[in-house]
Design a protein around this ligand. Structure first.
Ligand code: FES
Ligand SMILES: [Fe+2]
Length: 468
């Protein structure tokens, strides 16, 4: 008899071997054993995005977030440090924080009243002398994430003491985060609290789509062009780069071949804002890539995605405006994902520009937005296929061959100022193969061991030509 562990191991081997060939077993989108292993080996170990610093600017500000399926309080303490506290009372494990966000000096458990400060230290309990006199408060605080760190205002946490530093984990992706979030010295802030909604799909469908699935735009989102909500024609929009920034992390740029080509640049951010973009925080190369860019979409493994692009809330009445969305694909069971969706903008946008960016975001990438509604429906059927008996019995493999040597027009690029394996034109699925290759390695690596966070010498996945 095959045990559950054996079948998960078999599936993971099939992912590794398949990713190289351009096939992925459909069952990874619905297998319940694999899902439990993901909570332990992926979400229990990787750096996961929790919040943007602008959500908790003042001492005592907090937001309630998740690592995997578990609740954590992300709170700025009296010294201005950000703590990530496991939301479970040390007494009986009761959830102590019942609000999505707020400002407080203490968290008080509703069950027996144990009280913790913003560092998570136990500071008191009712009738302390009678009940606990003689017991040490130390060691009875809330548990904390093993490590917490920020990059470009993005706050991440990990439950794994052996995790490499955040910057090392981000690897080549840091260069690309810089050029989206570091264009001027004012930086980015969120525009209001995140939207949240649950859909019957697997979290990996969101992660792989935002790693750079541009091929679906002309079919699934055709209506968006038809109503004039997006300013770049489909074929032109497919021109650009797919980049495997480092193992697991990928992104995609739609980009003008020449910086002076007509059309939006700087992701469609308003011209007046673009005048404040400079090389204070980023290199001239990074600034130039941003200038030529129309769309940026990317995913930091496992479940943090971003998108910057010109969009309009109403194509016939408004010109496009640059929108920036941050999102997490929160696992919610093998067949459910909770989508968290923030809109963000540069702090020195005018209130009117922020309002327009927010509205354009709502009309496109939000619970009721045209793009979001288009996207989520097919993902529901991916997870249905993934959990099907047929997929298991037929050993059903999905095709991820686009951009392999001899398949399609995409080619490796040697001249590129940034890190990673780069392909020109977005007719390419190396970015997804990168996601699943690292996923399988992470799933298999024993506690304390980490898969390589840099690409080896061979450029197997990008064809025969090696990368500069
Ligand atoms: S469970 Fe929190 S005080 Fe008892
Ligand atoms: Fe889409």
């Amino acid at each position: 008899m095959t045990s559950h562990t054996d079948s998960s191991a078999k599936l993971l081997n099939a992912v590794t071997e398949g990713a190289e060939k351009g096939v992925i077993p459909a069952s990874i989108f619905g297998d319940p054993d694999l899902y439990r292993q993901e909570l332990r080996n992926v979400f229990g170990r990787c750096w996961v995005f929790l919040a943007h610093e602008s959500e908790i600017p003042a001492k005592g500000d907090y937001v309630l977030r998740k690592i995997g399926e578990d609740h954590f309080i992300v709170v700025r303490d009296d010294e201005g440090e950000i703590n990530v506290l496991f939301d479970a009372c040390r007494h009986r494990g009761v959830q102590v924080c019942r609000s999505d966000s707020g400002n407080t000096s203490h968290f008080r458990c509703p069950y027996h009243g144990w009280t913790y400060n913003t560092k998570g230290n136990l500071v008191g309990a009712p009738l302390w002398r009678n009940a606990f006199g003689g017991m040490s408060k130390e060691g009875n605080g809330l548990a904390s994430a093993a490590k917490v760190a920020s990059y470009q205002g993005l706050v991440f946490g990990t439950l794994d003491e052996s995790a490499p530093p955040l910057k090392e984990y981000l690897g080549g992706m840091a260069w690309y985060l810089d050029l989206v979030f570091g264009l001027n010295e004012h930086g980015v802030e969120v525009l209001g609290p995140p939207q949240r909604f649950v859909i019957d799909a697997n979290w990996k469908s969101g992660a792989e789509n935002f790693s750079g699935d541009d091929y679906h735009l002309g079919t699934l989102h055709r209506s968006v062009w038809e109503i004039g909500a997006f300013p770049v024609p489909f074929h032109e929009n497919m021109m650009g780069y797919h980049i495997q920034a480092s193992p697991g992390h990928s992104l995609s740029f739609s980009m003008a071949q020449d910086a002076d080509e007509p059309g939006p640049n700087y992701f469609g951010f308003p011209d007046e804002l673009a005048q404040s973009f400079n090389t204070t925080n980023i290199s001239a190369d990074q600034l130039e890539v941003a200038r030529r860019s129309r769309v940026f979409v990317g995913n930091v493994f496992p479940n943090f995605s971003m998108l910057a692009l010109p969009m309009t809330e109403d194509g016939s009445h408004h010109p496009p405006v640059g929108i920036l969305t941050l999102r997490t694909w929160q696992p919610h069971g093998p067949g459910q994902v909770e989508v968290w969706n923030w809109f963000a903008g540069y702090k020195n946008l005018t209130p009117e520009q922020k309002d327009r960016a927010y509205r354009a975001g709502l009309g496109t990438f939000s619970m009721g937005g045209a793009f979001e509604v288009d996207d989520t429906e097919p993902w529901i059927t991916v997870s249905r296929t993934g959990s099907s008996t047929a997929a298991k019995l037929l050993d059903f493999q999905l095709n991820y061959e686009m951009g392999k040597p001899g398949v399609g027009i995409s080619k490796p690029v040697k001249e590129w100022p940034g890190p990673g394996r780069v392909q020109w034109t977005r007719y390419e699925e190396g970015v997804q193969r990168n996601l699943y290759t690292f996923y399988a390695e992470m799933m298999r690596s024993a506690p304390g061991e980490w898969p390589s966070l840099a690409f080896g010498e061979d450029a197997a996945d990008t064809g025969e030509e090696s990368q500069a």
